[in-house]
Design a protein around this ligand. Structure first.
Ligand SMILES: [Mg+2]
Length: 358
């Protein structure tokens, strides 16, 4: 089998309120990998509000597609290394790894379709479903919106909910976390996510004040570039730290693990290097008994989560149109099951594509 063409496109999907008060759109850079046997692989990477979309698409088209044409799409390991090693003048962090991820996801989808198996079955599964955590809780929400969103997840059987923190006045965050805990009672776990907004002393101060509300994890305390500082926070606060959505490849995660920077790792399949690299990262972490809770893209993350011994949660955001996919995701009592269709099993709804494509 040979790759004959790779087509790229961009889909700008508007989010519903209240999520749209913080992120107006989820923008997908899509690749369609065509083969001479008529099988097509769908890959994509999603960027919140579309930051970097032009650069990712251009890197795919100019740097990666020429390497792929005429190659055997089944040789994913070979092709991944080819993409990774193509240009040693660009370090593989950020934009180039988003681009590699999109192609890698498309290659795995194509291979799954070629052998007629869903990816999680191809990889040898540990389970056929995984628990979900509800995510959102943006800083633009009122406290009532925060509580309403968490209660909405709980009504679907979800037992963990994540909210954002990071106001300039830290007492505002302490109060919001306290109000949410009071409204939810004790039977729903709360995670908080600082999205790299604070320095080490501020994080320690905040963590010490909200620890009384029984916080499950404390995510991305400091700038993702500064692993040493994340490790300092992890050592200093009474709440387990989670991080990794802005880390790339097995090398980046090796550094997080070496520094003992987190208790939960959050690789993002469409950023960290695709399924290929997310599997390597997960296996590396399993040797340290570190749980993997992938960042976003539940429809892809679930394939990984049920295929590793150290999978924990799927992250689920509300806000995207319910008809984004041809086959809606299969949630059941706070869990998600992976598709039984070959490959990753996902396809964008053609109506959505028509309405929101560039
Ligand atoms: Mg996060």
């Amino acid at each position: 089998m040979k790759i004959t063409a790779i087509e790229t496109s961009v889909i700008r999907v508007p989010n519903a309120p209240p999520m749209s008060t913080f992120y107006a759109t989820c923008v997908y850079v899509v690749v369609r990998i065509k083969s001479d046997q008529g099988i097509e692989g769908l890959g994509y990477t999603m960027l919140m509000n579309g930051a970097g979309v032009g650069a990712v698409r251009s890197y795919i088209e100019q740097n990666l597609v020429p390497l792929m044409i005429g190659q055997d799409p089944k040789a994913i390991g070979h092709l991944w290394q080819k993409m990774y090693e193509n240009d040693r003048g660009i370090r593989k962090k950020g934009i180039p790894v988003y681009a590699i991820s999109a192609i890698d996801i498309g290659l795995w989808d194509l291979l799954g379709k070629f052998v007629g198996k869903p990816l999680w079955q191809l990889w040898g599964s540990y389970a056929d479903h995984a628990p979900v955590y509800g995510s959102g809780g943006f800083m633009s929400y009122t406290v009532d919106e925060l509580i309403e969103e968490a209660e909405g997840f709980r009504a679907q059987g979800v037992k963990h909910y994540k909210m954002k923190i990071g106001h300039q006045n830290i007492m505002k965050d302490v109060e919001r976390v306290g109000a949410l805990r009071k409204a939810l009672g004790d039977d729903m776990a709360i995670m908080v996510d600082a999205n790299q907004r604070w320095d080490v002393p501020t994080n320690i101060k905040v963590a010490n004040r909200i620890a009384q509300y029984d916080i499950y994890w404390y995510e991305e305390p400091v700038l993702a570039d500064n692993i040493e500082q994340c490790a300092t926070v992890a050592r200093s606060i009474p709440i387990p730290v989670a991080t990794g959505e802005n880390e790339y490849t097995r090398y980046g995660f090796r550094d997080l693990i070496d520094h003992k920077a987190a208790h939960f790792l959050n690789p993002d399949i469409q950023r960290c290097g695709g399924f290929s690299e997310a599997l390597k990262i997960s296996h590396l972490a399993s040797a340290y008994d570190l749980p993997i809770a992938p960042h976003l893209v539940p429809e892809l993350s679930i394939h990984l989560l049920v295929s590793i011994p150290n999978g924990s949660f799927v992250e689920c955001l509300t806000g995207s149109p319910p008809d984004l996919w041809v086959h809606p995701l299969q949630y059941n009592n706070g869990t998600l099951s992976p598709a039984l269709r070959p490959g990753h099993g996902m396809e964008f709804n053609p109506e959505i594509v028509k309405r929101f494509s560039d």
